[in-house]
Design a protein around this ligand. Structure first.
Ligand code: ADP
Ligand code: MG
Length: 330
């Protein structure tokens, strides 16, 4: 399918993308997750053929795309700002690529009607783009991208402009549409919740490199680095110093710690403390500093800045016991 090999790009002397290599397999949704300014859109533009990499190659089905112009790549693109044609009605917006490809009118009708139904937009054919809400416009943009049955779909923060409740609904819809369509997709976002909802696989982009790749569950349980753990909000990140090769001292206690790295006494590392219910995990006894209401649970801040989530609210000042899984971060 799609392969990127050793892609690099520099802007104004700064290495924005540094030797990026990854592949997207048939039917797979890959989320490229990174902070704003990390080069996500630049990478998508290169795959789309709107920009060229300085180094490296982009292949689809083992064919190098360097000499294939954007409009012949047969990739669908959906942006944050929808990119719909304001002078065309909804039907013609969705039909645009099909008319360009000179498909027969009955086939165009069939495809557009079926997509409108799928997007919950039946009856919207004659409406103007400007009469639609943001969520509806984004569904039209998605229908337009799907209409030509592209061999790859690309999304650049498509839900970024929508408010929270609408966004969560559309994330789930999009997920089921992508699974059903079976078209491989690259979905770019800075929102970790969105990536966890949509992705079969997540690529975490930081300082020009993919610093972590894996399924949402893999990345969640082991983010790899302190930066990644904080960015993903995957648990409590704290500092510790080894008091012996397999024991570490932190502000909230001393823990036995085994990991694949060799550590010497005195060495300082970052640790991930994840709340856990498993018997045999470390137990902390800490004073409650603050309790926040979070719908069906309470977010509790303990001494040392440790955050846990509990069903029942403890009292501020009370000392409670919580179990945590301790993991080392590189
Ligand atoms: P992201 O989509 O992750 O927010 P972008 O790919 O849009 O990141 O851009 C990352 C950075 O690359 C920008 O902050 C900007 O400094 C630089 N950049 C992007 N495009 C250009 C360009 N055409 N010319 C100069 N710098 C650019
Ligand atoms: Mg961007």
């Amino acid at each position: 399918m799609l392969e990127l090999k050793n892609i690099s790009k520099t802007y104004e002397g700064r290495l924005l993308l540094d030797d990026i290599t990854f592949a997207v397999q048939a039917g797979e949704t890959v989320c490229l997750l990174g902070a704003s300014g990390s080069g996500k859109s630049t990478l998508l533009r290169m795959i789309a053929g709107l920009e060229s990499p300085e180094n490296g190659r982009i292949l689809f089905d083992h064919i190098d795309l360097a000499s294939t112009p954007a409009h012949l790549r047969d990739f669908g693109l959906v942006f944050q700002d929808y990119g719909l044609f304001p002078h065309l009605n909804i039907f013609d917006n969705i039909a645009f690529g099909l008319k360009m490809r000179k498909l027969p009118a009955p086939e165009i009708n069939l495809r557009v009607t079926s997509l409108l139904k799928q997007m919950d937009l039946a009856g919207f054919e004659k409406r103007k783009v400007t009469d639609l809400s943001g969520g509806e416009q984004q569904r039209v943009a998605l229908a337009r991208a799907l209409a030509t049955r592209p061999r790859l779909l690309m999304f650049d923060e498509p839900l970024g402009a929508l408010d929270r409740s609408l966004k969560e609904g559309l994330q789930k819809e999009l997920r089921s549409i992508l699974r059903k369509a079976g078209i491989p997709a690259i979905y770019v976002t800075h929102d970790q919740d969105e990536a966890f909802t949509l992705a079969d696989r997540i690529l975490l982009l930081h300082e020009g490199k993919i610093i972590r790749a894996g399924t949402p569950a893999e990345i969640w349980s082991n983010p790899g680095s302190a930066w990644a753990a904080r960015f993903l909000n995957a648990g409590n990140v704290i500092e510790g110093a080894f008091v012996s090769p397999d024991k570490i001292k932190t502000a909230v206690g001393v823990f036995p710690l085994k990991c694949r790295h060799k550590h010497s006494k005195g060495q300082r590392i970052s640790l991930l403390l994840k709340q856990s219910n498993e018997i045999g995990e470390e137990e902390l006894r800490l004073k409650v500093e603050d309790v926040l209401f979070k719908q069906d649970q309470f977010e509790v801040r303990l001494r040392g800045g440790i955050i846990v989530h509990l069903k029942d609210a403890p009292k501020t000042g009370q000392t409670i016991r919580v179990r945590v899984k301790v993991r080392c971060l590189e």
